[in-house]
Design a protein around this ligand. Structure first.
Ligand code: ZN
Ligand code: ZN
Length: 238
């Protein structure tokens, strides 16, 4: 069986995520597009993961609970976990590391929790897009403590990417994969290609709107690495 994944998707809990990015809308759009496995990665929160996992089980597609953390350097990294308990424990730690700034929904957008039937289940008041008080060099160990893996997000982007902020990947960080955008052109970015040496390149949509969720056009190859293990586990639970 060929496997197609989208491992970077935002729900209506992300202020910049469309309010229509509810659990069932996300998983049904993913299924329509022919994806086998998705990850939900809201900014600094795993708060809609459990609802989306239940919806994904109903829809029969694999689900990986996750988060897109914003580090103290304003670098985005995708964090993925083997189950919702681990993801939520990590999320609670990150929540405490976020500044106590109130969201302004009229400026940043609403931050909506839902249940697995897409019913409203509250609104997050703390602004989730701020930087957490945790460095990119500290994130991998904390994620590992919770049984997960993390990798830098959209490294070919000009903002909030490890290469845009630091110029290169710190020597103490050993990422087994890194994410590039669907628009990435290898020939124009020798710096990205250098960073990807000995590293899996993961292409994800970073969808904030339903229509941006990935098409089934890039096969995910199971290699036995940690990311493959998470995908396999998610597929087993469908
Ligand atoms: Zn990002
Ligand atoms: Zn994102």
């Amino acid at each position: 069986m060929k496997i197609y994944c989208d491992l970077h998707i935002h729900s209506c809990l992300s202020p910049c995520g469309d309010d229509d990015m509810t659990p069932n809308n996300i998983v049904n759009m993913a299924r329509l597009k022919g994806l086998n496995c998705i990850a939900l990665t809201d900014h600094n929160s795993c708060g809609n993961c459990r609802a989306t996992q239940l919806a994904a089980r109903q829809a029969g597609i694999g689900f990986i609970p996750g988060m897109e953390i914003n580090t103290s350097e304003d670098i985005h990294a995708v964090c993925l976990f083997p189950d919702c308990d681990s993801a939520e424990a990590f999320s609670a730690e990150i929540y405490r590391l976020l500044p106590n700034t109130k969201n302004k929904p009229e400026v940043f957008g609403r931050q909506l929790y839902t249940d697995w039937l897409d019913n409203p289940a509250g609104e997050e008041e703390k602004l989730l897009i701020n930087a957490a008080a945790l460095s990119i060099t500290q994130v991998p160990a904390l994620v590992k403590q919770h049984g997960g893996i993390c990798f830098p997000a959209h490294i070919d982007k000009d903002a909030n990417s490890i290469l845009a902020v630091l110029g290169s990947v710190p020597a103490e960080c050993h990422f087994s994969c890194m994410e590039v955008t669907p628009r990435y052109q290898p020939e124009s970015r020798p710096d990205v290609e250098a960073a990807l040496q000995n590293c899996r390149a993961v292409v994800s949509s970073d969808a904030h709107y339903l229509w941006d969720i990935a098409e089934a056009d890039r096969e995910f190859i199971l290699t036995g690495d940690e990311l493959s293990q998470l995908v396999q586990k998610a597929l087993k639970n469908t």
